[in-house]
Design a protein around this ligand. Structure first.
Ligand code: ADP
Length: 240
């Protein structure tokens, strides 16, 4: 194991900003994000056997089986870029996945995870998911403004088209939230007495990031290579 390996788990409902924060925290800590949702969507887009077998499950908002996702994660976490740690976004989602992950971390001689639980109201989630768009090229997440002149239909980074995820429709959002509620309590009880932090997610992204960094502590943050901006480890937001 890498002496200062970092394993971070993001728990929280769909739309709570886990992906947005993972994209910011990952370069700050120098570890990759492992997003099971993104991995499965890539499989679907590539038309692989795995992608074809999970496409309808993703479209309906159901969860894929624990065995399948454990296998996908198990092989991803053995890849060479994962030696110094990772941010797990969207995994584990059930107690059985959490148990598998604990065994896996033990086998890979990785440290026990730091868990962040993103808290947010249902109204805020529905509003966020309805306006959420994702770049079809680089996967960056952004939000459209009904009143804009159309410039926000393209990615700020690479100019590619922003699309709405097929599972960001009202019926599927409801199903994803229902499944989240069903599993969240048990999962939080599983991690409850360990290194688990509650994060108020209904704040501007920069405020949430500062909160995460502050809780991780100075020994975990390092300047982003090639960037002028030094990441603050002190919260700079006002409590609201
Ligand atoms: P969200 O958190 O916004 O619902 P994700 O991008 O994390 O979306 O996941 C999209 C879909 O991928 C889920 O609705 C589910 O079908 C599948 N999925 C992702 N992670 C898991 C997991 N850990 N266990 C089972 N299914 C998963």
């Amino acid at each position: 194991m890498c002496a200062d390996a970092k394993v971070i788990i993001f728990l929280g409902p769909p739309g709570s900003g886990k992906g947005t924060q993972a994209a910011r925290l990952s370069p700050a800590l120098g570890v990759p994000t492992v997003s099971t949702g993104d991995m499965l969507r890539r499989e679907c887009a590539s038309g692989s056997n795995l992608g074809r077998s999970v496409q309808s499950i993703l479209a309906s908002g159901q969860l894929v089986s624990d065995d399948l996702i454990n296998q996908v994660v198990g092989s991803r976490l053995r890849e060479s870029d994962c030696k110094a740690g990772y941010i797990l976004d969207g995994y584990p989602r059930t107690v059985s996945q959490a148990q598998y992950l604990d065994e896996l971390l033990g086998r890979l001689r990785m440290p026990s995870p730091v868990v962040f639980d993103f808290e947010i109201s249902t109204e805020e989630i529905v509003a966020r998911l309805s306006s959420r768009r994702q770049c079809m090229q680089c996967g960056a997440i952004s939000s459209i403004d009904e009143k804009s002149n159309g410039t926000d239909l393209f990615c700020e980074r690479d100019g590619a088209e922003l699309i709405q995820r097929p599972d960001d429709n009202p019926a599927t959002i409801r199903e994803r939230l229902r499944l989240y509620e069903r599993n969240a309590g048990k999962l939080l009880r599983y991690y409850g007495k360990r290194n688990c932090h509650r994060i108020r997610a209904a704040r501007p992204p920069e405020a949430v990031l500062n909160d995460l960094l502050a809780r991780l502590g100075s020994q975990w943050s390092k300047p982003v290579p090639g960037r002028q901006r030094k990441l603050s480890i002190q919260p700079t937001y006002q409590h609201i």
